[in-house]
Design a protein around this ligand. Structure first.
Ligand code: GLN
Length: 393
């Protein structure tokens, strides 16, 4: 058989999505890939049913249906604190995944350097390879996931064209403070570079932390490509609705990339999602309240069974320290991936191995998420509670 491209040989499939497949195979409780096990808002499901009969069913405008972009602009103007032109400054994509890829393809030439924090959401590795960019990794140091601003300046001195910022951060739950973003933003401006932000968890930021959009800071709009999605905010990860916001010249490039990658996001789903985008602010307050309760409930559950974890400032992910298990003779030589596979088979709970998020050699962390109904969390904690008994047998 002829050889495949060298490009596809440079990365594996997504470990996050692989864990879902293994979890399903064994009927485990899936706390690996982050998606809710509860319904989206009823108004959106009703709107989708209506769209099934009334349309639209044909191609939308490639960069997003007009009413969808207008609703997005209206919603995000509040976060970015400026007018957003729905015709020239927004590109609707198939999920946040395509938004990130389109952003990278739009700004990177092969060989361009791009800074990525480690730990990072695993897509950014593949995004860099597919767009030809070379990542420079900036460590986020546990337990508070702080970073050294001097390393970022070094990266720009080495010619980095952009820095990717996941805020709030998947997988570590860090929420970048306004001061941190200003410090990074100052360097982006000083070196005439881009910030590419992934803000899909913008509405899951737990008090006293608060979310700041990089694009809202003075001078930064022209240098920021904001990637976002409706998946998490409206519990519709399968609808695949994402978007980019940025200056018109950059969006002009992104529109072309997007057009030839996917043509457009599903028309009936955009139509139904407009209803959600027009929800009042109380919707987001309620969503945050729900996730704050889930976070507190899940962390209390982990404490009750003695599993060590971080306290996420945002997102719905928690990192668990499994070193105490790896130190046991029966797990000698186990990687975190092997531990996760063992856990799916023997405990019935799926997690993502931490190594898929780190550039550094990290083998002692796994990621769980709590976008689950209370009953599911109870059952997951009860199963995880047996972990310690099980390994002593
Ligand atoms: N962001 C989700 C996670 O990290 C998954 C997103 C996806 O699989 N497209 O689990």
């Amino acid at each position: 058989m002829p050889q495949l491209s060298t490009r596809v040989q440079k990365f594996t499939d997504s470990v996050i999505r692989r864990m879902t497949r293994i979890s399903d195979e064994y009927g485990a409780i899936n706390l690996s890939q982050g998606f809710p096990d509860f319904d989206p808002p009823k108004e959106m499901m009703d709107a989708l049913a209506k769209a099934a009969y009334e349309g639209p069913h044909q191609y939308p405008i490639t960069f997003g249906a007009q009413n969808f972009r207008e609703a997005l602009a209206k919603k995000q103007e509040k976060a970015i604190h400026r007018k957003i032109d729905p015709n020239t400054e927004i590109v609707v994509t198939c999920g946040g995944t395509e938004a990130m890829m389109a952003a990278m393809m739009t700004i990177c030439n092969p060989g361009d350097k791009v800074m990525v924090f480690s730990p990072f959401y695993e897509n950014y590795g593949a995004d860099a390879i597919l767009s030809g960019a070379e990542p420079i990794y900036i460590p986020l140091v546990p337990p508070y996931y702080d970073f050294d601003i001097n390393l970022i300046e070094d990266g720009f001195k080495q010619g980095a064209k952009a820095i990717i910022i996941c805020n709030p951060s998947n997988p570590c739950g860090k929420v970048f403070t306004e001061e941190e973003l200003r410090a990074i933003g100052d360097l982006v401006l000083k070196y005439d570079a881009f910030a590419v932000t992934d803000e899909v968890y913008e509405h899951m930021v737990y008090a006293p932390n608060h979310h700041t959009c990089m694009a809202s800071l003075p001078g930064m709009y022209e240098h920021t490509i904001t990637c976002n999605s409706l998946s998490k905010t409206f519990s519709i990860t399968g609808w695949r609705l994402g978007y980019l916001i940025g200056p018109a010249e950059v969006m002009e490039g992104a529109k072309k990339v997007h057009d030839f990658l996917t043509v457009g996001a599903a028309a009936p789903l955009q139509e139904a999602a407009v209803v959600g985008l027009n929800f009042p602010d109380s919707y987001y307050e309620e969503l945050l309240k729900t996730y704050t309760e889930k976070r507190d409930y899940f962390l209390a559950g982990l404490d009750s069974i003695g599993l060590k974890h971080n306290i996420p400032q945002g997102t719905y992910f928690v990192m668990i320290d499994i070193q105490e298990f790896l130190d046991l003779p029966q797990f000698a030589g186990y990687t975190d991936l092997e531990f996760c596979e063992w856990m799916i088979r023997n405990v019935g709970v799926a997690a993502v191995p931490g190594s898929s998020f780190f550039k550094e050699e990290v083998n002692h962390l796994i990621r769980l998420h709590f976008a689950r109904r209370k009953e599911t969390i109870d059952e997951a904690i009860s199963r995880l509670g047996k972990l310690k008994e099980l390994v002593k047998c």
